[in-house]
Ligand binder design. Structure first.
Ligand code: NDP
Ligand code: A1CAB
Length: 270
């Protein structure tokens, strides 16, 4: 069992996912702290998860690992408040989109190790995809600690930090693209005259079945798609329309826009 105490600084949506995932994995509640901006939010988290809510300075003093889960736009103010007061020997793990480890390093006492992670909301069901990168002063041991934190929430991968903005565009934002697709396909079912609930059931189970096949069959997605696409059949009629409407090109451009936005966030917060 871990000997580390984690403080989630800014326990909003992602921070809560980390807390609940760690608790599900058996991380002791007395080794978890949260900080929030609003007292009501702190009380709610303490009541539901049995973790202590403290102020940022107390978290920085008491925890071994500071998991930074504020919005990128709030990170500079947070580190103006506590950065210089973080004692030596702490590990800072940033969950923030776009922000580089250098952003934190210059706001922290010299030598403070920083690890950058990009996770995603399926952490709620222990199916997150979390990419982990070493920043300044982060050793293999620090990466192991970050992995110990995020492994219970799903899959983990280590990537060079230079790839983190692309990772954010793919897996960080990725669940939103799939939900949009599912939402549109359910609407299509309604257009075709199905009750909304029936369309919902059909599409959600089809999404789950397709995802499990992608993960477990070992087949390339092209092969899996070809197996569904009969000559002169229904699927190819739909695929022609998807290609006519530039869905493939739209995805390329969309994910590039997400990557660019991550870069912009870093620039805006410098
Ligand atoms: N949502 C997602 O799918 C993903 C988000 N991320 C990253 O995770 C981070 C958090 O995102 P998300 O959880 O969605 O955002 P939320 O707004 O839900 O959570 C951020 C929380 O931080 C609190 N906060 C802000 N400033 C402070 C402060 N100085 N001290 C204490 N608490 C503070 C906010 O309080 P208040 O509620 O009062 O504003 C809020 O509750 C972001 O950096 C984002 O880029 C990464 C991957 C996926
Ligand atoms: O939209 C965002 O900025 C965050 C980061 C990745 C997913 N959500």
């Amino acid at each position: 069992m871990t000997k580390h105490t984690v403080a989630v600084i800014g326990a909003g949506k992602m921070g809560e996912l980390v807390i609940s995932g760690l608790l599900r994995s058996g991380w002791p509640a007395d080794r978890l702290l949260v900080t929030t901006r609003r007292a009501a939010r702190a009380a709610d988290l303490s009541e539901r998860y049995g973790v202590s809510a403290v102020d940022n300075a107390t978290a920085a003093a008491k925890a071994d690992i500071l998991a930074v889960a504020v919005k990128p736009q709030d990170a500079a103010a947070l580190f103006d408040e506590i950065g210089a007061r973080i004692p030596a020997g702490k590990l800072v793990v940033s969950l923030c989109a776009g922000l580089t480890t250098e952003f934190f390093a210059v706001r922290l006492p010299e030598g403070t190790p920083v690890v950058r992670v990009m996770t995603n909301t399926p952490a709620l069901v222990d199916q997150a995809m979390t990419a982990i990168s070493a920043g300044p002063h982060a050793t293999a041991e620090h990466l192991d600690i970050a992995e110990e934190m995020f492994k219970p929430l799903g899959a983990t991968i280590r990537v060079p930090e230079a790839q983190q903005d692309a990772v954010t565009a793919l897996s960080g934002s990725g669940p939103a693209y799939f939900y949009l697709l599912v939402e549109a396909m359910i609407d299509a079912g309604v257009l075709l005259g199905l009750p909304r609930q029936t369309a919902h059931e059909l599409i959600v189970q089809t999404a789950i079945g397709s995802a499990v096949m992608l993960r477990d069959s070992g087949e390339h997605p092209v092969k899996l798609r070809e197996a569904v696409t009969s000559p002169a059949g229904t699927t190819i009629a739909a695929i022609r329309e998807l290609e006519n409407h530039g869905v493939r090109a739209a995805l390329l451009t969309a994910l590039e826009a997400a990557r660019n936005r991550a870069r912009e966030l870093a620039g805006e917060m410098r």
